[in-house]
Structure formats: structure tokens, C-alpha cells
Ligand binder design. Structure first.
Ligand code: HEM
Length: 421
């Protein structure tokens, strides 16, 4: 389950049928990959559910994070944050995406091997710092990047999941290091928030997500407090950075592995270079890559109020989850499901409970439009400005990295040449 959830869930269905129950560290979780059951999870009253394993995320995200909230508080938070993540708003971040991708592309040495996942990680971290935090100055970007890396480097997932390890005898050990890194990062974030508040008070336009959060008001007219803004910034950073990077790495792999795909994408880009959405074949290639490799293949909800779904009684304290890696392999919906075939997304559309790389219902990914826009913009820029060569010319397996699933080995590639113009 931990190492390879795709294979684990497929084996469970073979052995027990769908739905089936998995015993996890945090208690039993009812799992399903059947579209009609997934639809029932999305449609159930959100008040029946709470966040799963929320204690493990608390030390990092804090209790104000949208991921930690439930019921009315969660709805209110989504109502405040949601408008800043709408499709049209994302266009404002295109320049940040291009400049982050170009900066990393400049660092590549022709002929030298690199890992697509590392390249994409560096790009998506810079995108978050620019688009979410609103940093433009290289010195400010470097300082935040270093703070984030120190904080993440000290957050061992095992320690977060095991409260028994959250001790710091004599102020020493990994937990003490984590607490010190968190304190330092929080100070950095709070100073940044204070500077942005002062800029807005002087009349600056809120062009980034932090600025928009500071300028927003809840339905009762109250603003977000700084500690709460800190929790949401850390949430966006963690929910949005590695996920998007791995999605870009998978897409680079498939676009370069399947004969003809790269040329078809380039033909589309050449035919409509100014199309701000890069919809069409490139978008279909991104969707097909997310179908074959859901980055977050399941997302349990905690049952806070007893209910019955698809004939199963769910007691308080249990978990229930959709499994997208199963739904995405349904041969009735996706013919030859093992094949990478972007055309399928051009031939028909899929319902939210059939194709669900971003989950669904009240907890659907807040950053889905942001992530898809970043995928398209970064891939378009790389394909237009350079020729990359895939060195991992073999089927790559998905491997778990904390809560996400990434390509084993990170996808080995090489910069063959830079393209003129
Ligand atoms: C390809 C990239 C991404 C993937 C595959 C992805 C996937 C997901 C999934 C599966 C969920 C859980 C949904 C559910 O429980 O039904 C989720 C939640 C979330 N995502 Fe994403 N995500 C991505 C990028 C982003 C980005 C870029 C951001 C923000 C900048 C973001 C912010 C969030 C937040 C805040 C939540 C929690 C929503 C809530 O609990 O109400 N994600 N994401």
C-alpha cells in the first residue's frame, strides 16, 4: 500500500471485489474505484465528513489550513479562497510560469543528464513563490526558497505520523530541529505578510494570491488574521508544489516516449502560438498523463456522522475514499486503458466521477486550474525553446513520495539542443 498504491488497490479489487476495506495506521478505510460509488461520495452531505489523519498534518500546516477545517468553517474558507483560483485569474500567472521555466532551462547544460522531476520541482517551487507569495526580486525569491527547503528538509513524514516521536529531550533530536526550522520559517513568512499588508495599505494592487487573500473578507466582513494567512500559505505551498512538479515530469516522459506526440504538440503550438490557454492536443496530453498516473490516487475522508453509501454502513471514525487509479483504468470508459492516447480526451468528455485527478465534491483540489495552467505553460515553453531527449526509454513505475506518486528515478533526460528563436 505504502510503496505502490496503484498495484495494491488493483490487487484488493481482484481479491475482494469493489468496495473493499483497508486497515490503515489511522483505522479502517472503505475504498472504491467504481464511478457510481465515487459519485455517491462526492454527492454526500459534506457535514458527514472531516479531514482524515489531520493530527499528522497539524504540525506543518497549522489548524487554520483549509485541509484541516470541516463543516461550515471549511465551506466559509473555500468561499473566501475559491475565487482567487478561478480559470481566468490564472492567466495573470503566465509570466511567472514562463520566467521560472526559462530560468531553470538556462541552467541545463547541453548533453548533460538531468532528472525531469528535479527540473520540474525547481520550476514549480519558483512559480509558487512568485504567484502565491508575490515575490519578484531574485534575493527575496532565493531567501524564501532556502527557508522552504530547510523547513521541508526537517519534516520527516514518519515523525509527523507517529506522535511518540514528537519529543525533544534536552531540546535535541529531529523533533527539536523540526520545531526550530518551523519557527524560523514562520518568522520569515510573517515578516513577508506584514510587508505585503503595508504595500496594500499604500494602495498597491493585489496581483498575487497572498495579496488577494489579504484584501478579501469573509462573508461576515472580517479579514483573515496573519497566523491564519500563514497556515494557508504553507498549505498552498505543500499542496501545490510537488504535485504539479510530478505531473509535469510524467507528462514530459510520455510526450517524449510516444512516437509522434511531441510533434503533434509542437504543430498545435506553431498553429496557435498566441492561444493563451494552449487547449487542444497539449491539454489532452496533460489529462492523459494524469489519467495514467494520478499523483494523489486516493484521499480518505473521516466519517464524522454515520451514513450509508453504496450499500455500506460507514460508522463514525471510519474512513472512506475514492481510488482514481482504479476508475482511470476502467476499460469501458477508457478503451485500452494501459495505452497513452491523448485523443480519447478529444473524442469525448468524462464525468467528474469518471476522470478525477483532482478529486471531487466539497474537497475538490482548490488549485486544479492553477496546476493545469502551469502544466500547459511550462510544457509549451520547454517544447518551443529546446529539444529534450528521453534517456529512460523503458516503462517507468510510479513510486510513492510522501503522499504523492512520482515516476521511479525521476525520469532521466538530456538537453539535446536549444531551439533558435
Ligand atoms: C497536478 C497537480 C495537483 C494535483 C494532482 C492535485 C490533487 C489534489 C487532490 C486529489 C486533492 C484532494 C481532493 C479530494 O479530497 O477530493 C487536492 C486537494 C487540494 N489541493 Fe491539489 N493538486 C494539485 C495541485 C494543486 C495546486 C497547484 C494547489 C494550490 C496552489 C493545490 C491546492 C490544494 C488544496 C488547498 C487542497 C485541499 C482542498 C480542501 O481540502 O478543501 N493543489 N489536490
Amino acid at each position: 500500500m505504502l510503496r505502490d498504491p496503484y498495484a495494491f488497490h488493483a490487487r484488493c479489487v481482484e481479491r475482494y471485489g469493489d468496495p473493499y476495506t483497508v486497515r490503515s495506521f489511522n483505522g479502517p478505510v472503505v475504498c472504491t474505484g467504481k464511478p457510481e460509488n465515487i459519485r455517491a461520495i462526492f454527492a454526500a452531505d459534506p457535514a458527514c465528513f472531516g479531514p482524515w489523519a489531520s493530527r499528522a498534518l497539524l504540525p506543518m500546516l497549522g489548524q487554520g489550513s483549509v485541509i484541516q477545517l470541516r463543516g461550515e468553517e471549511h465551506r466559509r474558507e473555500r468561499a473566501l479562497l475559491g475565487p482567487h483560483f478561478g480559470g481566468a485569474r490564472m492567466r495573470a500567472f503566465t509570466e511567472a510560469m514562463h520566467s521560472a521555466a526559462r530560468a531553470q532551462l538556462h541552467r541545463l547544460e547541453p548533453g548533460r543528464e538531468f532528472r525531469a522531476a528535479e527540473l520540474a520541482q525547481a520550476i514549480s517551487l519558483e512559480v509558487i513563490i512568485r504567484a502565491v507569495m508575490g515575490c519578484q526580486e531574485p534575493r527575496e525569491i532565493d531567501a524564501l526558497r532556502a527557508g522552504i527547503q530547510r523547513f521541508v528538509g526537517c519534516a520527516n513524514p514518519l515523525m509527523l505520523f507517529a506522535p511518540a516521536l514528537q519529543r525533544a529531550p534536552f531540546g535535541l533530536g529531529p523533533w527539536a530541529r523540526f520545531l526550530a526550522a518551523r519557527r524560523a520559517f514562520d518568522e520569515q513568512l510573517l515578516a513577508h505578510i506584514a510587508r505585503r499588508r503595508a504595500e496594500l495599505e499604500r494602495g498597491a494592487e493585489p496581483s498575487d494570491i497572498l495579496g488577494a487573500m489579504l484584501a478579501s473578507r469573509y462573508e461576515d466582513g472580517s479579514p483573515m488574521q496573519d497566523g491564519h494567512v500563514r497556515d494557508e500559505l504553507v498549505t498552498l505551498l505543500f499542496a501545490g508544489h510537488e504535485t504539479t512538479a510530478l505531473a509535469i515530469a510524467w507528462a514530459l516522459y510520455w510526450i517524449h516516449r510516444e512516437p509522434g506526440v511531441r510533434e503533434r504538440v509542437r504543430a498545435q503550438l506553431a498553429a496557435a502560438p498566441d492561444d493563451p490557454s494552449h487547449a487542444g492536443y497539449l491539454e489532452a496530453a496533460c489529462q492523459e498523463s494524469l489519467r495514467l498516473h494520478p499523483i494523489v490516487p486516493d484521499a480518505p475522508r473521516y466519517v464524522a456522522r454515520e451514513l450509508e453509501l453504496f450499500g455500506v454502513r460507514l460508522p463514525v471514525g471510519a474512513g472512506v475514499t475514492w481510488v482514481s487509479s482504479l476508475a482511470h483504468m476502467d476499460p469501458v470508459l477508457f478503451s485500452e486503458p494501459e495505452r497513452f492516447r491523448p485523443e480519447r480526451f478529444r473524442e469525448r468528455s468524462f464525468k467528474p466521477w469518471e476522470f478525477l485527478p483532482f478529486g471531487g465534491g466539497a474537497r475538490r483540489c482548490l488549485g486544479s486550474a492553477f496546476a493545469l495552467h502551469e502544466m500547459r505553460e511550462v510544457l509549451a515553453l520547454l517544447l518551443q525553446e529546446c529539444d529534450l531527449e528521453l534517456l529512460d526509454d523503458r516503462p517507468l513505475r510510479a513510486r510513492r513520495r510522501s503522499v504523492t506518486m512520482g515516476p521511479e528515478g525521476g525520469v532521466r533526460m538530456r538537453l539535446a539542443s536549444r531551439r533558435a528563436g
